[in-house]
Design a protein around this ligand. Structure first.
Ligand SMILES: Nc1nc2c(ncn2[C@@H]2O[C@H](COP(=O)(O)OP(=O)(O)O)[C@@H](O)[C@H]2O)c(=O)[nH]1
Ligand SMILES: [Mg+2]
Length: 402
């Protein structure tokens, strides 16, 4: 399962984002996902389901379809049990770093209203500087990559002497933290270290490699607390300063309020949509009315979305360029062996083939795969066909000999 991690300073709203994003799980899942750690949860990314295109009623199994939107589970991780104010700008600590290391993509949350001071304490909007906060956390992560390389330079040197391959030697140290050989290779060549003898590396070489390695981890910025004053001007500054990032304006608190209200049956709201409907105004307390009006005025009315669902979608479909693919057993009925229509969706990384899909579905199917059939075109697809977003494919397998 794809893992998206939340990073950022204390009190920027990571846990609020996490709680909002994972609230859907309890409600809609018919799939008993279990996560080992309390800071790991199931969130969903969504896209237009093909059920609308084919005008069929689907029977989702590994995912959910709401109003024609298919929601596919991913794993979201928050920094575990970080004690409030423990951060104090003095390094991120291992728990924080482990989130970054485990994740395929990162959502770096900043408090764009500047309502935390430089020690991470809640204060009045406009006090803190989100641009500075972002920079500090990023520097901290680069420093961590740097220290990891330095700490292991003995081993790197040893392997380098044995293999004369600097990329492989460094990769061996970093593979456990979701750095690919490709990441190492391209970082090395970007900083001009690919051909340099490792024994002659200077401190600056380690630093620039660390910097480029950090850049290889797909990351987007969530500009949180857009509902507060000073957010818009800070967002403008942040966008000026960090043009190379996708920045998603967000109000995690608003999303949490909407999903909670939805859960209690007070409103109709589908995550990611631009509106919600109050079911029965008479049932709302004054406080609830105030909260929903606040969400409407300060968030949806201005920015159309809360940004939580959008950030997750962007992380998976834009940063990671995942393709959602539907395997079926019957390409005419679009159903599985039990007659369930469009039961499953798999998120496949770019370049994945039909064979890769088969491997995800079942090892038996992978072993006996002959070809595929494209449900839209009715044509045969070879095993090495590269899957595309919203493909519906029948996996054709050889009959087992008795
Ligand atoms: N106004 C506003 N407050 C928020 C928002 N998101 C989080 N907060 C508040 O910011 C504080 C810190 O949030 P939390 O999620 O615990 O931050 P974390 O330390 O990054 O996990 C809490 O009081 C939240 O209610 C938001 O979008 N808008
Ligand atoms: Mg937290």
């Amino acid at each position: 399962m794809i893992i998206v991690g939340l990073i950022g300073k204390t009190n920027v709203g990571k846990t609020t984002f996490f709680n909002a994003a994972t609230l859907l799980e309890a409600e809609i899942s018919n799939y008993p996902f279990t996560t080992k750690e309390p800071n790991e949860g199931i969130a969903y990314v969504h896209f237009r389901c093909v059920c609308g295109e084919f005008k069929v009623k689907d029977n989702p199994v590994n995912s959910v379809c709401i109003n024609g939107w298919r929601f596919v589970p991913i794993k979201l991780i928050d920094v575990p049990g970080l004690i409030k104010d423990a951060w104090r700008g003095k390094g991120l600590g291992n728990r924080f770093i482990s989130v970054a290391a485990m994740s395929d993509a990162l959502i770096h949350v900043v408090d764009v209203s500047g309502s935390i001071d430089d020690e991470g304490r809640i204060s009045k909007p406009g006090t803190g500087d989100p641009v500075q906060d972002f920079r500090e956390v990023e520097q901290e992560i680069v420093k961590w990559y740097y220290q990891l390389l330095k700490k292991n330079s003995k081993y790197i040197a040893k392997w380098y002497r044995q293999t004369a391959r600097i990329d492989l030697s460094i990769y061996r140290v970093l593979s456990g933290i979701k750095v690919s050989l490709e990441d190492v290779k391209s970082s090395l060549s970007e900083v001009g270290l690919a051909g340099k003898d490792f024994d002659s590396w200077k401190d600056d070489d380690f630093k620039s490699l660390a910097f480029h390695l950090r850049k290889r981890k797909p990351t987007l910025i969530v500009a949180n607390k857009m509902d507060l004053p000073f957010a818009e001007e800070n967002l403008r500054r942040l966008s000026e300063e960090y043009k190379e990032y996708i920045i998603v304006p967000c109000s995690a608190e608003a999303e949490l309020a909407l999903r909670r209200a939805e859960k209690r049956g007070l409103v109709e709201y589908v995550p990611g949509e631009e509106m919600f409907f109050v079911k029965d105004r008479g049932k709302l307390t004054r406080k609830q009315i105030w909260a929903l009006e606040y969400v409407q005025e300060r968030v949806l009315g201005k920015y159309f979305r809360t940004g939580v669902q959008q950030a997750l979608d962007i992380a998976v479909f834009k940063l990671l360029s995942m393709n959602a693919v539907y395997p079926v057993a019957d390409e005419k009925k679009l159903a599985d062996g039990k007659g369930r229509v469009l039961p499953d969706v798999y998120l496949m990384s770019p370049g994945s083939t039909l064979q890769d899909l088969a491997a995800q579905v079942h090892s038996e199917i992978a072993r006996n795969l002959i070809c595929g059939i494209d449900a839209r075109l009715g044509i045969r697809l070879p095993k090495n066909y590269r899957l595309r977003h919203r493909d519906i494919v029948k996996l054709v397998v050889a009959l087992r000999k008795k």
